[in-house]
Design a binder for this molecule. Structure first.
Ligand code: ZN
Length: 231
């Protein structure tokens, strides 16, 4: 199988991981197998969530290769796939414009996807560069914005710095949580930001997710008990 299990915490590196959810085997989210590849088996991976009892960081146990997720099959999720999503990104862009004069500001969006948000910021006068792990999404976004295909890391940040320079604002919505090397990812952000610059990111919140009751009642009670046991 093309995966490994994590044994040390992604954040504090201690071997203090405790399983809190096991949902069995699942294939990657946000992708559909195209007709021409239907003969290939869609790989499944154990969907297990661990909590670090030392630093309380919650993380997935299975380490997969990002190339298998983002490049093997065209990524299907788009930033502009619903009215709700479009309104959310429009609100973010308008809010940012109220706080900062965006004219000629250098903005890098990591996980720029189909370019929806970056394009809004470009229309407000910013100089934008989109980065995305999916080549397919980069091709779509290139119709509207300047974009590069890359799986973001500290190493990649050095190449981007040479080409684009440092940014006034870096945006990464629902991206850092996909990284298997979050500390290296943050080093890359630091390397690409100007002094007194802004890093804007969105992350899923475990507690809000738990309280949203999207899990069955039984699962909710197990999770609640497991979580309370840890404190
Ligand atoms: Zn930890």
């Amino acid at each position: 199988m093309n995966y490994k299990f994590r044994s040390t915490c992604l954040s504090c590196k201690k071997k203090k991981l405790k399983k809190i959810i096991d949902l069995g085997n699942h294939s990657f989210a946000d992708r559909f197998i195209p007709k021409k590849k239907l003969n290939l088996k869609d790989p499944k991976y154990p969907l297990i969530l661990d909590l670090c009892t030392h630093c309380k960081f919650i993380q997935s146990r299975t380490i997969t290769n990002p190339k298998n997720r983002y490049i093997e099959v065209d990524y299907s999720y788009t930033s502009s796939n619903s009215i709700y999503a479009k309104n959310h990104w429009t609100e973010l862009a308008n809010d940012l414009e109220k706080r900062i004069d965006l004219k000629n500001k250098k903005i890098i969006e990591i996980g720029s996807n189909d370019g929806f948000l970056s394009h809004l910021l470009k229309k407000k006068g910013a100089k934008v560069l989109g980065l995305d792990a999916s080549d397919f999404m980069v091709k779509i976004s290139k119709k509207k914005i300047n974009a590069i295909h890359c799986i973001f890391s500290n190493k990649e940040s050095k190449k981007i710095k040479k080409k684009f320079g440092q940014a006034d604002i870096i945006i990464a919505n629902n991206v850092l949580n996909h990284s298997d090397k979050p500390l290296d990812f943050l080093k890359g952000i630091y390397n690409l930001l100007k002094k007194d610059a802004l890093f804007i990111f969105e992350q899923p919140n475990f507690t809000i997710g738990l309280l949203s009751l999207k899990f069955t009642t039984n699962m909710f009670l197990i999770l609640l008990q497991e979580t309370l046991n840890l404190y």
